[in-house]
Design a protein around this ligand. Structure first.
Ligand SMILES: [Zn+2]
Length: 638
């Protein structure tokens, strides 16, 4: 007992020591205020950095508690502009946030399903930016900034040490930059929308960072075209179904079955198209406008095109209808354009999300809301236990297959959490699986029926679901990631998922580096989806994103050949002489034996092998590899 208490105390002391601590604080503002686009507020603080106390471990910071008080057009990091001593505090916006150090003093798990934490995305695994953009608090902000409020204000600490002069006061300016975005300006002008940024408090502080934490992100030089081409050429391809190919494969498996027997998980890759793109298409668009983009996608080897909700009419009759002849022609033309390039087209449907439209019925909802006006144009969750909704939904999918027989499949958006399905109180619904050990049993029941219907018609079924782990029996591809903010969060949340997975890097997603995204996904046995494909369709970093994607995509094509065996989280292995604790080793075995060795930790880690392996990025063979934090090597062993 005494030992346990001592141990807990000791552990707590260790955690305390590693945390960032605020040493001194100067409150700049007395309570809540709002800034509209174009408005700013300025302060001058007394000096914080003084020559009489030159402790290099103490840094100057700016702590801001803020949120964007509207939904859907970006969070604080899009709107807030900070200047310190006349200089812009760069690189915290658009999720490129190395200046953001921490939420130093609040680390509480939130109650509720997701178990998100307060805290900056890298400090804790779950980020806040999703909440910032879409939280309930944005529409109806609480009067008080209550730390217990589930989707509350966000608290950030920026490192501004390099912008501050010793023995001088600091000038600080906070501005709402909404007036500098054309889309926001249009919404202000024509729709009379307001985009206030709500600020709870601003403090100039000094702080210590004893653990020398990693910055929130780093920017790496993207690969050059030459590097992309050379990397791609290092993969060895055998003629399809050749005897020597099968020989190599079987010999590699014979070796791997023994060498990698001690692993966390082993499975065999099923078929999937390795490259998918997400096209921002609506039936109102002329399909031809996407030709340059589809040409590029084809040239890079993409094989599936997905269109999201607005491909059909979701505001009027819906959600499966195309109201005009021109719209129908546009959908058919887009299908043709994809097929001419050897690509499949899959279209959005959802068994759980519906926009309030002319067909909308309140009796689909989880609780009886018959008094509620169905005219409000907003997305609502509907219940998979509703016979009326099931009938509407399946007839909708049927109408797609009948009206557009050439469409190759559906993208099924899902959004029901475990607590919802069981808690449904609508008397018209049939809660058939109330006593099942699987809290999402009704959804799985529906998915199975839907997949059977897709198979019958030869259609692909791609599912987006953050919360249903075992999808191998009821879809072709399972996407995760829409509400997962960081790569450590992804690893924690989707570790045990089985099926053919892809990770969706949404616009609110933040990452340490591009290599972290590919290293994490490939070490887990899957790959990210190309969110958009070239300007202006959704890349965050329009230069680097496509280059990194193309660079690793070639590798993924070779790693994900159907039939490939994957041995994940290899522990003891005769090949390894020395490996750092933070390294995850995953083998892909087909006509070659590949290793992804990913460093999850915050320090450079070392790997030493008993025989040389080829680093496929450099083309060089070695036995020792130094792997930087949140980075990886791709090796070929045989
Ligand atoms: Zn229900």
């Amino acid at each position: 007992m005494g030992k346990t208490i001592f141990f807990i105390f000791f552990a707590a002391a260790l955690i305390q020591a590693a945390e960032i601590r605020i040493v001194e604080r100067r409150k700049l503002d007395q309570g809540y205020f709002e800034l509209l686009p174009g408005q700013k507020k300025e302060w001058r603080t007394p000096m914080l950095k003084v020559s009489s106390n030159p402790d290099p471990k103490i840094k100057t910071g700016l702590r801001v508690r803020v949120f964007a008080k509207h939904s859907g057009y970006g969070g604080w990091n899009r709107f807030m502009h900070i200047k310190v001593n006349g200089r812009i505090v760069e690189r915290y916006d658009g999720n490129l946030i190395p200046r953001l150090v921490n939420r130093p003093d609040i680390k509480k798990p939130l109650k509720g399903y997701y178990q998100r934490y307060y805290g900056e995305p890298w400090y804790n695994v779950y980020g806040k930016s999703w909440d910032i953009c879409y939280g309930k608090a944005l529409v109806e902000p609480p009067k008080r900034f209550d730390p217990g409020f589930a989707e509350d204000v966000t608290d950030y600490l920026f490192d501004i040490d390099d912008l501050v002069t010793v023995d001088a006061p600091i000038d600080i300016q906070l501005r709402n930059n909404g007036d500098r975005y054309s889309d926001i300006v249009k919404l202000i002008k024509f729709k009379k929308q307001q985009f206030p940024m709500a600020v709870a408090s601003v403090e100039a502080v000094t702080f210590t960072n004893p653990a020398g934490r990693l910055p929130a992100s780093i920017k790496l030089a993207p690969p050059t075209e030459k590097q992309i081409a050379e990397f791609g050429k290092r993969f060895k391809v055998y003629p399809e179904f050749s005897e020597e190919g099968f020989r190599a494969e079987l010999k590699n498996l014979q070796y791997s079955e023994r060498a990698f027997a001690d692993c966390g998980r082993h499975w065999q890759m099923r078929f999937s198209y390795p490259g998918h793109i997400w096209l921002q298409y609506s039936f109102r668009d002329k399909a031809e406008k996407f030709i340059p983009l589809l040409d590029r996608a084809k040239a890079d080897g993409m094989e599936v095109v997905k269109v999201h909700a607005h491909w059909a009419d979701i505001n009027g009759k819906g959600p499966f209808t195309i109201p005009t002849e021109a719209g129908k022609r546009s959908v058919r033309r887009l299908t043709e354009l994809c097929h001419e390039r050897g690509m499949k087209l899959i279209v959005y449907v959802s068994p759980s999300w519906v926009k309030n439209n002319d067909d909308y019925r309140t009796e689909w909802e989880f609780s009886d809301r018959s008094g509620y006006s169905p005219k409000r144009p907003t997305w609502r969750r509907v219940c998979t236990g509703s016979p009326a909704w099931r009938s509407f939904f399946f007839n909708g999918v049927k109408s797609i297959f009948e009206n557009f027989p050439d469409i190759d499949g559906i993208y099924v958006d899902y959004g029901i959490r475990e607590d919802m399905e069981r808690a449904c109180s609508n008397p018209d619904h049939i809660n058939a699986f109330r006593h099942s050990s699987n809290p999402l049993a009704a959804s799985e029941d529906l998915f199975n029926r839907l997949y059977a219907y897709c198979r019958k018609h030869g259609k692909l079924m791609y599912v987006f679901a953050e919360t249903t782990p075992n999808t191998q029996d009821y879809c072709d591809v399972h996407y995760v990631g829409e509400s997962t903010q960081t790569m450590p969060a992804h690893r924690e949340r989707h570790e045990s998922y089985q099926g053919v997975l892809f990770f969706l890097t949404m616009c609110t997603f933040s990452y340490y580096s591009h290599r972290e995204i590919y290293g994490t996904t490939m070490s887990m046995g899957h790959f990210p989806m190309a969110y958009g494909y070239g300007p202006p369709y959704g890349w965050k970093d329009k230069i680097s994103d496509p280059l990194w994607y193309r660079y690793f995509f070639k590798a993924w094509k070779n790693l994900s050949v159907p039939g490939t065996h994957i041995y994940r989280d290899i522990r003891k292995c005769p090949l390894v002489k020395k490996a750092g604790n933070d390294l995850s080793i995953t083998a892909y075995v087909n006509t070659s034996v590949y290793w992804i060795v990913y460093n999850r930790g915050g320090q450079t880690s070392e790997l030493e092998l008993s025989e040389p392996a080829e680093n496929l990025e450099s083309g060089r063979k070695a036995v020792r590899f130094k792997i930087p934090a949140r980075d990886f090597v791709l090796l070929r062993l045989r």
